[in-house]
Ligand binder design. Structure first.
Ligand code: SF4
Length: 237
């Protein structure tokens, strides 16, 4: 059944956010972005068929532990220093979901670790809702925002995420707002679910809104992901 992601947001926030603390389920070193330290948070208000963290995000009450902003910062930065890595990343669920935690964490990375590039992988919807987040991200030169766009129009967004199609446009708004404020931000979308026509349609939409460039993401073909894709009748390219 199609749901309103902002209604779901409130329910998930009650489970995974506690003041300036947030639930995380994993801290890891990844080979992405030529090597980074990733903090994987718990919880998202979309339900993407291809989500590799769907098994965590579907059980937010059972999985993960609460971490303060300082603890996440210390854990990630100390690992980056020890392993001589220059990038840190917020991923897993939706990093912006616990607004207070996210805001304070960005301020810490921006002020206390300006030499580390901080990559935020987001669906962008809360940046469209709270444009002050874009302003904050733009105020630190070490922030890199990857807006991972789900679908290429309202209909494909709805099929992929399970959420109301109108929110497709919130992702487009997010990248526009980020760029307007001068943040280092770019878009990505999944090739396998968009195909050539979907990618072309999305690129045209982005260009129409003054956004140039689109990165293509690859599908991680885990068994549980393939099952969800099949159940939703999503065609793969
Ligand atoms: S927006 Fe990202 S974290 Fe949320 S369900 Fe989709 S893929 Fe998963």
């Amino acid at each position: 059944m199609i749901f309103d992601p902002l209604e779901k947001l409130e329910k998930i926030q009650k489970i995974v956010c506690n003041g300036d603390q947030r639930k995380y389920y994993r801290f890891r070193i990844s080979k992405q972005y030529a090597g980074d330290v990733t903090a994987d948070c718990v919880g998202c208000f979309l339900d993407c068929a291809f989500c590799w963290s769907s098994r965590v995000n579907s059980r937010p009450a059972e999985i993960g532990k609460f971490y303060s902003v300082e603890k996440v910062f210390k854990k990630v930065v100390e690992t980056a220093r020890r392993k001589k890595l220059h990038r840190v990343r917020l991923s897993g669920g939706e990093p912006t979901l616990c607004i207070e935690h996210f805001t304070k964490l960005i301020e810490l990375f921006g002020e206390k670790a300006p030499d580390l590039t901080c990559i935020i992988e987001t669906n962008g919807i809360l940046i469209a809702k709270f444009p002050e987040l874009a302003k904050l991200l733009a105020s630190y030169p070490n922030m890199e925002v990857r807006v991972s766009i789900k679908g290429f129009d309202e209909e494909s967004f709805e099929r992929i995420t399970g959420a109301e199609g109108k929110y497709f446009w919130w992702q487009i708004d997010a990248i526009k707002i980020l760029l307007k404020h001068g943040a280092y931000a770019y878009c990505a979308t999944m090739w396998e679910t968009a195909g050539p026509r979907g990618v072309e349609k999305l690129m045209k939409t982005l260009l129409k809104h003054g956004v140039d460039g689109l990165e293509l993401e690859c599908l991680y073909r885990y068994d549980f992901v393939m099952k969800r894709i099949k159940e939703r009748g999503i065609k793969l390219y």
